[in-house]
Ligand binder design. Structure first.
Ligand SMILES: NC(=O)c1ccc[n+]([C@@H]2O[C@H](COP(=O)([O-])OP(=O)(O)OC[C@H]3O[C@@H](n4cnc5c(N)ncnc54)[C@H](O)[C@@H]3O)[C@@H](O)[C@H]2O)c1
Length: 418
């Protein structure tokens, strides 16, 4: 077809972008990555592995050491997998700094993988869409409500431009979860009465403060512990659970939430200003309740699962099992969900189709922020209040010379809803 015939001499489909952003046919697809940490490195390998003509050509990170370590790991994995030729991140296309996104996009990539801390995601998605580049965006997509609204607006523009928006909410690409959610949506346990989701686990990594490190660098390197960067653990990690609940409800989102939360074990200043647990109850308009628990404390019971109760049975989502009137257990294929995201994204692009995960990507981020707002303030917060919240945690401009935004541990009953 025409798009295939028009492949440039370099073999890149990039030249077609202005006219036909949904790529079709063969030829190279040039991929860039922004945020070459743990997840970004994995996503880069998966994106390249999705097709023999996908090539990684550009990379950016706030820090040189993170960039080089990440790229070494990616290159090593691709070489081991027999994909050496698909790693083409030359020295000239490695960018360091807070504006690395601009430089990666300026290389003319077809698709970009966005895996920096979530606070940067609204700006990065806006810039990618503006440039006409397909996006894979890790979750969550913002740390505050104005950020979610910006992402939603950018995704509307992406739709007009024919750009794909693929979300890192990876359970949606898990075969067993897809199967059980479909069963639940079809009524396998009757009317759903309540859902209970756990993401109760241990502490994550923490980097020691180094001499001569500015406060901003310290916070960026320990971004998990600052709500302006991570959204707090209810958004950064527990979003997966909340996204599954909303998915089971056919992407109808709750109307309100109340939440209890605080920090009991992570009180040391090295843990910034985030909480270490949240217990949140989401209310749906039809009366369904979603009870959700997340915790990052060592030495405690661990569980990551969703349990659903209905009028005719129960579901254990992790086990992909339904008990009650319609007994069922999934025994089908089990692809790696992280690989499946990229396989489906690039297969769609090459088939001239676009994937658009933007609706649930934005709303599940908002669902998490709604829970956080309810816990931080101690109030019952409605969906509409949360969606229209004016609280900006992530500043528009950040400079290495300036201080990070002010961040304090929230105190229920005293912290105001904004
Ligand atoms: N889908 C999943 O299961 C999953 C799993 C882990 C992490 N994640 C998400 O992926 C994202 C990254 O998490 P991670 O675990 O890889 O963290 P990480 O700290 O390992 O990586 C983040 C990288 O971004 C860099 N960075 C910081 N600010 C930047 C900026 N302005 N521009 C460019 N780079 C910048 C950091 O230096 C770091 O190298 C987060 O949103 C996280 O929630 C998703």
């Amino acid at each position: 077809m025409a798009a295939t015939a028009a492949v440039t001499t370099s073999g890149s489909l990039g030249a077609l972008r202005a006219a036909a952003p949904v790529h079709q046919g063969g030829g190279q697809l040039r991929i860039g990555i922004v945020g070459v940490g743990g997840r970004g490195s994995g996503a880069a390998v998966q994106a390249v592995s999705a097709h023999p003509e996908n090539v990684l050509v550009a990379a950016g990170d706030a820090f040189a050491d993170r960039l080089e370590n990440g790229l070494s790991g990616i290159e090593e994995t691709l070489v081991e997998g027999g994909r050496k030729a698909q790693f083409q991140v030359s020295k000239e296309r490695r960018f360091v700094g807070l504006d690395a996104i601009d430089q990666v996009l300026a290389t003319g990539v077809d698709a970009v993988l966005l895996a920096s801390p979530p606070g940067f995601r609204p700006l990065h998605i806006e810039k990618a869409v503006e440039k006409g580049v397909h996006v894979f965006a890790e979750k969550p997509v913002a740390s505050d409500a104005p950020g979610v609204r910006r992402v939603a607006a950018a995704c509307a523009l992406a739709k007009q431009k024919g750009l794909s928006i693929v979300s890192g909410l990876c359970y949606r690409y898990h075969d067993g979860r897809r199967a059980i959610v479909q069963k639940l949506q079809e009524g396998a346990i009757g009317e759903i009465l309540s859902m209970h989701g756990n993401y109760v686990t241990g502490e994550l990594w923490n980097f020691d403060r180094q001499p001569n490190q500015t406060e901003l660098e310290w916070q960026l390197r320990n971004w998990l512990y600052y709500p302006w960067l991570s959204g707090d653990l209810i958004a950064e990690q527990h979003i997966h659970t909340l996204d599954v609940m909303a998915w089971i409800k056919r992407d109808v989102y709750p109307i309100a939430a109340m939440s209890l939360g605080g920090r009991q074990t992570r009180t040391d200043p090295k843990y910034g200003t985030v909480y270490d647990h949240f217990a949140t109850v989401y209310e749906w308009e039809d009366g369904t309740r979603g009870h959700s628990y997340c915790r990052q404390q060592n030495g405690c019971w661990r569980d990551v699962n969703e349990y659903v109760a209905g009028t005719e049975g129960k579901a254990n989502v992790f086990l992909h099992q339904i008990t009650g009137k319609n007994e069922w257990r999934y025994d089908g294929k089990a692809r790696d969900m992280y690989q499946a995201e990229h396989d489906e994204m690039f297969a769609a692009l090459r088939a001239g189709k676009r994937i658009d995960n933007s609706d649930y990507m934005c709303k599940s981020t908002m669902m998490a922020l709604l829970g956080r707002m309810a816990a931080y303030t101690g109030k019952r917060i409605t969906w509409d209040e949360a969606w229209n919240s004016k609280e900006v945690l992530m500043p528009d401009q950040l400079s290495w010379d300036g201080p990070p935004p002010k961040s304090e541990v929230a105190m229920p009953g005293r912290t105001k809803f904004v």
